[in-house]
Design a protein around this ligand. Structure first.
Ligand code: GLU
Length: 320
């Protein structure tokens, strides 16, 4: 317990320090330096009308070969970005391996950030022409849809409900939901957590999915997964449930935590964009297509996720 408390202090101190060196990014959407009331929600998920059926993995087909960097077609949204001089990426800053702030450099980095950098490189010939805006998990759809960012790459699942508001790229990563508990826990899967508090980020598919588990764990919403980790370390919740990718990053930060059970959902990650610029979605898909073929995807995987084993085959693009 004492060690766990020390870990909480470390996480809070680190988060507070990081919030103070935000560089060109927007500030944290919440102040994580004091305990918040735990919002518990009875079984989310079941009361929403089902979205129209779709294949969430199928995106818009690339329109042909990519224009050379710095020569974006006149009138296209890529030309607007080029004129502005930087691509604006919306992401989080506490998802280790995908998008988290490096405490030494102060830079936000990870697999998702590299997805953004690769698009900046295709537009400008320079992956550094990128501005990172930290957004809440529950602002991913609205930020992409209202144009306050050009792209959202943030462990974001492409699903039919979100397709109603944004365009998604083709899939760049296949994740799935699992659960993290204390190493001492006897639970073998989320089905052993009936009636127990299980944390997830507000606005995430994970939060909705907890509500669909038959054993009926109590879904607890926090603004970000970093907040879930703090709640877990304070013993306010029994576990955290979200994508295996995010949980792997948390388990790496907490020696008293373990990830259990099989994936119980499919979470295909895609880049979200404003529906008003379909040519930009096609362009992004052409970049992803090229980077799957030329080994860039594999290098990105090895760089961030190589510790978990050899890179799988990248998800194959599907188009409408
Ligand atoms: N991938 C899921 C989602 O898009 C859950 C994790 C997350 O919030 O990033 O909602």
């Amino acid at each position: 317990m004492r060690v766990r408390a020390a870990l909480v202090v470390t996480v809070l101190a680190a988060t507070a320090a990081l919030a103070g060196c935000s560089g060109d990014t927007s500030p944290l959407p919440v102040t994580p330096d004091r305990p918040r009331a735990v919002a518990t929600t009875p079984a989310p998920g079941g009361d929403k009308p089902a979205p129209p059926a779709c294949n969430p993995r199928a995106s818009l087909r690339p329109a042909g070969s990519l224009p050379p960097p710095g020569e974006m077609p006149a009138g296209s949204y890529m030309a607007t970005i080029q004129e502005r001089g930087r691509l604006v990426l919306g992401t989080s800053q506490d998802t280790l391996l995908f998008s988290s702030r490096n405490p030494f450099s102060g830079e936000i980095e990870g697999f998702d950030v590299d997805m953004g950098r690769q698009i900046a490189e295709a537009i400008f010939g320079d992956p550094d022409k990128i501005q990172i805006k930290v957004i809440g998990y529950d602002k991913r759809v609205s930020s992409a849809a209202d144009g306050s960012v050009d792209i959202v790459a943030d462990t974001m699942t492409a699903n039919c409900e979100r397709w109603a508001d944004v365009n998604f790229s083709s899939i760049y990563y296949e994740a799935g939901q699992k659960v993290l508990v204390a190493k001492a826990s006897k639970a073998k899967s989320i089905n052993d957590l009936g009636g127990k508090k299980v944390c997830s980020a507000a606005g995430s598919t994970s939060f909705e999915n907890i509500g669909k588990v038959e054993a009926k764990p109590v879904a607890v919403a926090k603004p970000a997964f970093g907040d879930c980790l703090v709640a877990f370390q304070r013993n306010e919740v029994e576990g955290i449930s979200t994508d295996d990718t995010i949980l792997a990053g948390m388990a790496a930060q907490d020696p008293y935590a373990k990830v259990i059970g099989e994936r119980f959902t499919q979470e295909p990650y895609a880049i979200a964009m404003d529906k008003k610029h379909p040519e930009f979605t096609r362009f992004v898909n052409a970049v992803l297509e090229r980077n799957r073929a030329n080994g860039t995807w594999k290098r990105t995987y090895d760089k961030w996720l190589g510790d978990f084993g050899p890179a799988p085959t990248p998800p194959k693009a599907q188009y409408r």
